[in-house]
Ligand binder design. Sequence first.
Ligand code: AMP
Length: 194
Amino acid sequence: MFNLVLFGPPGSGKGTQATNLIEKYKLVHLSTGDLLRNEIANKTPLGLEAKKIMDEGQLVPDEVVIGIIDNCLEKNALAQGFLFDGFPRTLNQAKALDKLLELKKTQIDLVLALQVNEEELVRRLLERGKTSGRSDDTSEEVIRKRFQVYSNDTEPVAQHYKEADKFKAIPGEGSIDDIFARLSAAIDDYKSEQ
Ligand code: AMP
């Protein structure tokens, strides 16, 4: 099994790169943002609860997203590996993920963190907001709030994986193809060392 975390702030290109990576490496894509938006689209009680929080740029409670991930891991028991996108976003989530994977006799192999400067991130998110239909992408105030949440709650997750020697920073600016080549090279390097 090969389990990858694609890490980085909102707008760093995780979703775009995930689409290509899951195809190349035959991974199951687990994006908590997509899964939550799916709940919203289906108007489930969880979706209605999550929408308010997401519209404010805050994080949905840990137990909710951990439950969603647990469910997806169960449903995809035969997967060759997972690509986690937008999860884990807190230290609690990272520790819960370690435990869930340990129960399945597997682990996170690699965390690739896309690095993009903040002004470029805001520009990309506002651009995406014109067509994505995502209400959290249209207001610069909500975008700035999401960065604040990222630096307070999510950046400590990087340290968790640095300590486990699984973390690698990848420059996230340039063409989509160039960034994909950098990510692929990091994965291939890792695999060739195993
Ligand atoms: P994303 O599509 O990853 O940018 O996520 C959009 C929004 O969904 C975030 O701003 C959060 O409100 C919520 N969300 C997604 N993933 C998580 C997570 N792992 N933990 C908490 N909230 C999340």
